[in-house]
Design a protein around this ligand. Structure first.
Ligand SMILES: Cc1ncc(C[n+]2csc(CCOP(=O)(O)OP(=O)(O)O)c2C)c(N)n1
Ligand code: SF4
Length: 295
């Protein structure tokens, strides 16, 4: 197995990215680009055959990523990445299907596809880039936007309650769920590897700063300050649970408003594709018994 020390980031990018598509469209200080590196490292470390990896995405800054990969990919319509990815996996069950999606793409217009792909435990790895906003279209309110945050469609502050994507995926019984800030390199790579190896639905939610459409409007400061905000407001799920169960009132007050990170769920349960293959075998065997294999 290759070791991360054997290759530089530049060599990895040369190996897997389409030269002609670079540079990316991402603004200075955007977190999305790091997720490309993390997925490439995971692919390299797992020694996957890139011809057996299929990417899918919807529409958004985050959804541009499959276009940079020198591999087969579907850049589809807004919100429909998981529906296309389901078809991909059904047609090519031996391929690893990796989806790049934004919080708007996946939980706004695509929310129902997300719910049902997770519930059905469809075998795919979803890299969800959560920047709390619709970045590509200039900063409209996303379902993940924090309470009181400013967007072009909530200029006086968001009065809605935010979607907690990872916790929703846990409730839906997704086989693997993890959330990390993009600024932590090793944990996302490890989770992406675990997600790819997992049978069933895996979600890796990466908290990704958008200085242009979210940070600036919410007065979170320059790029460095925005990235610090993500680091300073993260709390490991184990620490959160410990403090909430056994901590003092002061400790509990200290974690208010922080977002939980870590591996939220890691289950062994059959994926949809295995269940479907079993069903086909069972029905075929029953038909053979009844009709002597003539059907
Ligand atoms: C059916 C449809 N509705 C709306 C749009 C406009 N649109 C394009 S991208 C986008 C939001 C993207 O936000 P997100 O998925 O969070 O990705 P980001 O750009 O923040 O990475 C919208 C509303 C569209 N392309 N198609
Ligand atoms: S608008 Fe936001 S999400 Fe889109 S590339 Fe710029 S910083 Fe990234």
């Amino acid at each position: 197995m290759s070791n991360m020390k054997d290759m530089t980031g530049e060599q990895i990018r040369k190996k897997y990215l389409r030269d002609g598509m670079l540079p990316t469209i991402f603004c200075n200080g955007c977190g999305h680009g790091l997720s490309i590196d993390y997925v490439l490292w995971a692919i390299e470390e797992l020694e996957l055959d890139i011809d057996k990896v299929s990417f899918a995405s919807g529409i958004g800054c985050s959804s541009r990523i499959p276009g940079y990969m020198n591999a087969d990919g579907l850049h589809t319509t807004h919100g429909r990445a998981l529906a296309f990815a389901t078809g991909l996996k059904a047609a090519l069950p031996e391929n690893d299907v990796i989806v790049f999606t934004g919080d708007g793409d996946c939980t706004g217009i695509g929310g129902n596809h997300f719910i049902h792909a997770a519930r059905r435990n469809i075998d795919m790895t979803v890299i969800l880039l959560n920047n709390y906003i619709y970045g590509m279209t200039g900063g409209q309110l996303a379902p993940t936007a924090p309470k009181n945050s400013i967007s072009t469609t909530s200029p006086y502050g968001n009065i809605e309650h935010a979607f907690n994507i990872s916790e929703l995926a846990v409730a839906l019984g997704a086989a693997y769920v993890a959330r990390w800030p993009v600024s932590y390199p090793y944990q996302p790579i490890k989770s992406i590897k675990e997600g790819i190896q997992k049978k069933g639905f895996s979600l890796i939610e990466l908290m990704s700063p958008c200085p242009t459409a979210f940070g600036r409007r919410n007065k979170l400061g320059k790029i460095d300050a925005l990235w610090d905000w993500y680091d300073n407001n993260a709390i490991l799920v184990e620490d959160y649970d410990r403090i909430m169960n056994f901590g003092s009132e002061e400790e509990k007050a200290g974690i208010q408003g922080k977002y939980k990170i870590g591996v939220f769920q890691n289950l062994e349960k059959p994926g949809f594709i295995a269940e479907y293959a079993k069903l086909v075998n069972r029905v075929t065997a029953a038909d053979d018994a009844k009709f002597g294999g003539d059907l």
